[in-house]
Design a protein around this ligand. Structure first.
Ligand SMILES: [Zn+2]
Length: 397
């Protein structure tokens, strides 16, 4: 049995500025009491702020976002399975220290994400939701994460092999030309091909996730009923309306693009590129406001592992950008707790009696600064308690 006393809390949709007592038995929340209720014979945590465990909805666990030297990053791609696994394990610890209890890995061609998912089961490490290997058009962008397919038949056949994946990841568009403030090239798949992919995924019972920016690609993704649009640069009001109607989620991954704007020399970006990046981010910021206004589902995700995006800190940088764009704190927290779990059909993301014990404890409320959420004092994952003070992780039951 574990008792958590918090001065303030977030229940998954609303903030509460008063004390709460939450009881955990095994992997389940067994009671939520107003105020401070003493529970004898129970391990007790006293914390400033309690939230459902945070969700990082877009990461690549095998990549080290701490490495900012582009030549070293390139060389690392040859480092091999053991090195990738070691990086992934370190990243899971970083995520946990940042209050993250679930991470959605959006693809690596070696399947390190699947291996880490298996290792994390039953431990106090974050739960890994793994796409395994993504799909891309032969010769197009996405070599580090995706298998090449050539047409609707080979794409659907590849999807049918993804029985071990939690999500089917599709690389639908290319990368962004910063100076031109536009996506490079057209979408990798046409509507028939994308429909074939979506239908095969539906047959397998797997949600679909698309790397997708630019109006043309996003329009196709919405038409094909893709579950979530990753990155989604160059969205517009019409597309956001259609996404809200269809329940298509959006993962904004603000920080990898903002990092390049702020560190142009590190990636050889000139003055034209910096100006273009400014325009791209202004539009992205406006789209965040519009998405919130229209009720488009926002899933907080940072593309951690990308250049300049550290696992753990990346999510918090993205959350800060959403707040800066004008989203209320409760909406920012919803995007990082209940929204992704609901979108993915997972239990949790809420603090209520009978809900999974999946929790993050912090020193103080984000109302006095979102930065209070950057370092967790404890996390509870499937009944396993981890404490930042170095106390050994132990089962709550
Ligand atoms: Zn990604």
């Amino acid at each position: 049995m574990l008792t958590i006393h918090a001065d303030a809390w977030f229940d998954g949709s609303e903030l509460h500025h008063r004390p709460v007592t939450v009881l955990v038995d095994g992997a389940v929340i067994t009671a939520v009491h107003d105020g401070r209720v003493a529970v004898p014979l129970s391990e007790t945590l006293h914390v400033g702020f309690l939230s459902p465990g945070l969700v990082e909805s877009h990461a690549h666990l095998f990549l080290d976002g701490h490495e900012q030297d582009t030549a070293k990053r390139q060389a690392y791609m040859e480092a091999g399975r053991d090195a990738f696994l070691a990086t992934g394990r370190k990243n899971l610890e970083r995520l946990r220290a940042s209050g993250i209890t679930l991470v959605r890995d959006c693809g690596d061609k070696w399947g390190i994400n699947h291996a880490l998912r298996a290792e994390a089961v039953g431990t106090a490490l974050p739960v890994v939701r793994s796409a395994g290997v993504a799909l891309r058009r032969k010769g197009r962008y996405g070599s580090f994460m995706a298998e090449e397919v050539t047409d609707a038949a080979t794409a659907a056949a590849a999807v049918r092999t993804r029985t071990g994946s939690d999500d089917v990841k599709i690389v639908l568009t290319g990368i962004i030309d910063f100076a031109a403030a536009a996506v490079k090239g057209g979408p990798q798949f046409n509507l028939d091909e994308l429909n074939a992919i979506a239908a095969a995924a539906k047959q397998l019972g797997k949600p679909t996730v698309a790397h997708c920016s630019g109006r043309e690609g996003i329009d196709l993704a919405v038409q094909a009923g893709i579950g979530s649009i990753e990155h989604g640069f160059f969205l517009d009001a019409g597309l956001l309306d259609r996404m809200a109607e269809r329940g298509t989620a959006w993962t904004p991954t603000w920080i990898p693009v903002a990092w390049v704007r702020d560190n142009p020399a590190s990636c050889g970006v000139g003055a034209d590129g910096v100006a273009g990046l400014g325009r791209i981010l202004d539009q992205h910021r406006a789209n965040l406001q519009e998405a919130h206004r229209r009720g488009t589902i926002i899933l907080a995700g940072s593309d951690a592992g990308s250049l300049g995006v550290r696992h753990g800190d990346g999510l918090h940088d993205d959350l800060a950008a959403y707040a800066d764009a004008g989203l209320p704190i409760a909406a920012v927290l919803t995007a990082a707790t209940s929204a992704p779990r609901r979108a993915l059909g997972l239990a949790g993301g809420r603090i209520a009696c009978g809900e999974p014990a999946d929790l993050a404890c912090f020193t103080a409320s984000p109302v006095t600064g979102l930065s209070h959420l950057r370092r967790a004092v404890a996390t509870v994952i499937g009944g396993q308690v981890w404490r930042a003070d170095g106390m050994t992780a132990r089962t709550a039951a």
